[in-house]
Ligand binder design. Structure first.
Ligand SMILES: Nc1ncnc2c1ncn2[C@@H]1O[C@H](COP(=O)(O)OP(=O)(O)OP(=O)(O)O)[C@@H](O)[C@H]1O
Ligand SMILES: [Mg+2]
Length: 375
């Protein structure tokens, strides 16, 4: 399956745009502010039904318009086609998603149809920013790759909200505890899935980091909200550890008026080693380039995850990724794309000199003021 056609109407600065993509992909070159990121954002919107930039749907509607619509056609090259579409009405604040023209029962059923991974300059925030961004990363990847994960997150949020409301009001322990069973059940599912994913991907992350960084080591680790959860293996043990951690935190929770342990306080840890062997957090001690390398290695393991979950090469979207990297690192990312034997790649850059991916097999298109210029 590859993205063979994209149709945008009133999405950001695109009025009406139809693009036909070849199986190998395309390279888009255009000045700043012409719509390069908007185009990749629209494609990825059809993967997760929201902006990867975190923009609310209202902002995606073209200025002065009411409704945006985006539709992707995915083809297997043998005449088998599927479509995925999304529309948002700003006035009614209503989002509509369809697979082959039919609305799925739940939005969650439609996630991940495109099978894409997006690399963007803002990814560095996953490594360098606060833990919320790292949890969001985990939630998106695991929602795309694991059936049941998203609904566990939603059940957890529900229980957490109720429990926090009671704690904030200073309700009695007995009332608060009513929510503990649901919190632990849904939360342990989330924690165990995150833990398993990090454990399964840690070696691969280290290998990608080391290769892109030209030999410097990099590690990915899971940092749960309470120490007992670090030792727990599998969902049953996590449940026990979670209950223990809640019991231990009960007095503090009453004082602070909020739930203090659980997956809403999880984190990921990115580390490297200093010249004398000390473990350094990339978040606090990493250079800009090292943090960027961590984010790229993370996207690479995400690509592997999507590949396994979908059983095919993901569509790789590269938004101006070479901008802040030294030539060695850029080349090693290109090498990685070459080894992704033949999956589709759509990349953007303001500089025509940036494209050395796949020799010259990718067609080069221009983009100006929300219009794609194909020759
Ligand atoms: N809802 C909207 N309606 C119309 N135009 C919009 C909307 N949202 C953003 N834009 C316009 O889209 C343009 C930005 O597009 P985009 O972020 O895709 O640029 P870019 O080509 O990636 O540039 P850069 O090289 O700087 O990253 C801006 O000119 C902005 O005004
Ligand atoms: Mg951009």
């Amino acid at each position: 399956m590859f993205l063979s056609r994209l149709h945008l109407r009133n999405y950001r600065n695109f009025a009406e745009q139809v693009v036909e993509f070849p199986p190998q992909g395309a390279a888009l070159v255009g000045d700043n502010g012409q719509g390069k990121t908007n185009l990749l954002e629209a494609i990825y919107y059809l993967e997760i039904f929201r902006s990867f930039r975190g923009a609310p749907d209202e902002q995606l509607v073209r200025f002065g318009e009411e409704v945006f619509r985006a539709e992707a056609r995915l083809s297997d090259g043998l005449g088998g086609d599927r479509t995925v579409s999304a529309a948002f009405d700003r006035r009614a604040r209503k989002k509509k998603v369809a697979l082959n023209g039919a609305e799925p029962e739940r939005l969650g059923d439609a996630l991940g149809q495109v099978g894409a991974v997006i690399f963007s300059p803002s990814d560095v925030e996953i490594v360098a920013g606060g833990p919320g961004g790292r949890r969001r990363f985990l939630d998106i990847v695991l929602s795309l790759a694991q059936p049941g994960y998203l609904s566990a997150v939603q059940r957890y949020r529900q229980a957490l909200f109720q429990r926090n409301t009671l704690l904030r009001k200073g309700s009695s322990r007995a009332l608060v505890e009513v929510w503990d069973a649901g919190l632990v059940l849904a939360g342990s599912r989330v924690i165990a899935a995150r833990q398993r994913w990090v454990a399964a991907r840690a070696d691969s992350f280290a290998a990608h980091y080391e290769r892109v960084a030209g030999g410097q080591p990099g590690r990915l680790g899971y940092a749960p909200s309470a120490p007992e959860m670090a030792e727990a293996q599998g969902e049953a043990q996590v449940q026990e550890a979670f209950r223990g951690a809640l019991a231990r935190a009960a007095d503090r929770e009453q004082r602070r008026g909020m739930t203090l342990v659980g997956p809403h306080r999880d984190d990921l840890r990115f580390t490297t080693l200093s010249a004398d062997g000390a473990v350094l957090e990339l978040r606090t001690y990493g250079s800009g380039g090292q943090q960027r390398t961590g984010a790229i290695a993370l996207r690479m393991v995400e690509a592997e995850t999507i590949h396994e979950a979908r059983g095919r090469q993901p569509l790789i979207l590269l938004d101006d990724v070479f901008a802040e990297l030294d030539p060695g690192r850029s080349q090693r990312i290109i090498d990685w794309i070459e080894t992704e034997d033949g999956g589709q790649v759509i990349l953007t850059s303001p500089k025509p000199t940036d494209f050395h991916v796949r020799g010259d097999t990718l067609p080069r298109w221009g983009i100006r003021d929300g219009v794609i210029l194909q020759d």
